[in-house]
Design a protein around this ligand. Structure first.
Ligand SMILES: Nc1nc2c(ncn2[C@@H]2O[C@H](COP(=O)(O)OP(=O)(O)OP(=O)(O)O)[C@@H](O)[C@H]2O)c(=O)[nH]1
Ligand SMILES: [Mg+2]
Length: 194
């Protein structure tokens, strides 16, 4: 199809955001909660064959896992569209992260305080790449509540990295995490602008 130049100019800018974190932290849940379209998911059932490979301690009610990515979209206005990519949580699918991270504005790293160590790898990954990220603590019912500074200490996180509390099932709360990330990424750009 041939577009007139004026029509091509109206194509919105795509902004890519990653929703990352450990196994079962709520990545698929967050992408689904906040996306305006039905999320593209790549969920497979957790079966007996994963025993000893898939660590479901603390998330024993979990029945499926992301094997490639989740994909959602939010239209901000006629100029900007956010594309959300939920990463797979399990270590054996991490080889996909490099592709997913390419050209991303930044990442929301979801943390579950019952399994905080599970988000170390994502924090480490984005620190090494220099990708802006925030940590979003997904407050599961029944999980111990920690002060933000305790979480910062446990993750050995730079004071400049925001830590926010959220409920990944809630659209407003998930949207606040995206706004927090965009704010942080813009501030970093301003700080490092030549
Ligand atoms: N109570 C509670 N349950 C949640 C919350 N977020 C997610 N869940 C549930 O936790 C389970 C795991 O959520 P997922 O969204 O599949 O987690 P994930 O991070 O995508 O998992 P993987 O892709 O396997 O790494 C699901 O059964 C969700 O319904 C939350 O904030 N509170
Ligand atoms: Mg998932």
């Amino acid at each position: 199809m041939v577009f007139a130049l004026s029509e091509r100019r109206r194509m919105p800018n795509a902004v890519k955001i990653l929703i990352a974190g450990g196994f079962g932290a709520g990545k698929t849940t967050m992408v689904s909660a906040v996306s305006e379209t039905r999320t593209l998911r790549t969920e497979e059932l957790l079966t007996e064959r994963g025993v000893g490979v898939d660590d479901v301690s603390g998330v024993s009610a979990k029945r499926s896992t992301t094997v490639a990515m989740d994909f959602g979209r939010i239209t901000l206005n006629t100029d900007y569209v956010l594309y959300l990519f939920g990463t797979p949580g399990q270590e054996r699918f991490w080889f996909l992260w490099d592709e997913l991270a390419l050209g991303a504005l930044g990442a929301v790293v979801l943390a579950d305080t019952r399994r905080l160590a599970d988000c170390f790898a994502a924090v480490d990954y984005f620190e090494r790449r220099g990708t802006p990220f925030i940590v979003a603590v997904n407050c599961f019912e029944g999980a111990d509540q920690f002060e933000v500074e305790e979480i910062r200490l446990a993750l050995q996180l730079d004071p400049a990295i925001p830590i926010l509390l959220c409920d990944a099932r809630d659209k407003g709360s998930s949207r606040d995490m995206l706004i927090g990330l965009i704010d942080h990424a813009l501030q970093r750009r301003l700080l490092h602008a030549p």
